[in-house]
Design a protein around this ligand. Structure first.
Ligand code: SF4
Ligand code: ZN
Length: 321
């Protein structure tokens, strides 16, 4: 197969777009799609200036997605005085897994000369994920605790570092899976939350949204293409799987989506496009009906719909064991 642009050997062909691209043109196409997403989501406000810069906190786990995101952001905006970037790594306390990926984070931030901060569950919550998985006081999958803690710390530290936006490396497959899971669980509130808490376009966002806006500039790029990009550019990404990985349902959805994509190329893109549209409608609807009231957790101050947030309840249960 030859590259559509230059006739050299193609390294990838994408059934959903019909494109065949060589290494150079494939890498360019990834970078172009990420930049277009940033533009379309209006990630850089018009009034950002070198004196009053836009502050991006990037969730950097050391896996391929966040490494690719950080690399492209640095190459695109590293010299832009209107933007300040900081990479934030959360260490869950998982023996033999996270230490290696933290090394990848340190290597990347040093090579890009980007400020890097590390926050650990052990310091912040007083537990390691290895111990949580072992004691499991709520009888849940490890990822159910871990996801709550990670989200809380990302939010809290993004706030502490003065972030105007929190950027994460979620790719097209991640997002299409999450969309499908929320549909299949009938969780419309979660669909609405997606718009409020995460989605660009930021021009459209509810001004009063209480969350630090989230952005996912890789969400148009399929997982395989992110992996190929990391490989071709020889980026320091860490690839082993977490020993506690336990999202069995997500795995099922992933297989289903692969099958659908094979038979109907473009399915993931259309699921996500529909999800984003629907999420905006649902968010408007709930807001209109006055159903979004958020309080501050009486213990830690995080946003919660009750009086104590989910993270604090889980932490108490863990310490009670
Ligand atoms: Fe945490 Fe689950 Fe991710 Fe492991 S796979 S780091 S337990 S969320
Ligand atoms: Zn709390």
């Amino acid at each position: 197969m030859e590259c559509d642009k230059c006739g050299r050997d193609a390294v990838m062909n994408a059934a959903y777009s019909g494109a065949h691209l060589c290494e150079t043109h494939f890498c360019r196409s990834i970078e172009k799609r990420v930049r277009r997403r940033i533009r379309e989501d209006s990630l850089i406000p018009r009034d950002a200036t070198p004196e009053d810069p836009e502050r991006w906190v990037i969730g950097l786990s050391g896996g391929k997605d966040s490494v690719v995101l950080t690399q492209i952001l640095d190459e695109t905006f590293g010299n832009d005085p209107r933007i300040e970037m900081l990479a934030l790594t959360i260490h869950e306390g998982i023996e033999g897994y996270r230490d290696k990926s933290v090394d990848a984070c340190v290597e990347l931030s040093e090579s890009l000369d980007i400020r890097h901060e590390l926050v650990t569950y052990e310091d912040e919550i007083g537990v390691k994920m290895d111990d949580v998985a072992e004691s499991d006081p709520m009888n849940m999958a490890p990822c159910a605790y871990c996801g709550v803690f990670r989200r809380d710390l990302l939010e809290r530290y993004a706030d502490e570092f003065g972030a105007s936006k929190l950027l994460t490396g979620h790719n097209l497959d991640d997002e299409a899976q999450t969309a499908m899971m929320n549909f299949l669980e009938g969780d419309v509130k979660q669909v609405a939350k997606h718009f409020d808490a995460s989605l660009g376009s930021f021009d459209d966002r509810n001004e009063q949204s209480e969350f630090i806006p989230r952005a996912k500039p890789l969400r148009d790029i399929p997982e395989k293409e992110v992996a190929l990009y990391a490989h071709l550019r020889d980026l320091p990404a860490h690839i082993t799987e977490c020993p506690h990985a336990s999202e069995a349902y997500r795995g099922e959805i992933q297989k289903l989506l692969w099958k659908l994509e094979e038979n109907h190329p473009g399915t993931r893109h259309s699921i996500l496009a529909g999800y984003e549209e629907l999420s905006k409608l649902a968010a408007d609807q709930y807001r209109g009906a006055g159903e979004v009231t958020l309080n501050e957790c009486e213990e830690c101050g995080s946003k919660t719909s009750g009086t104590r947030c989910r993270k604090c309840k889980l932490v108490d249960a863990i310490h009670a064991v």
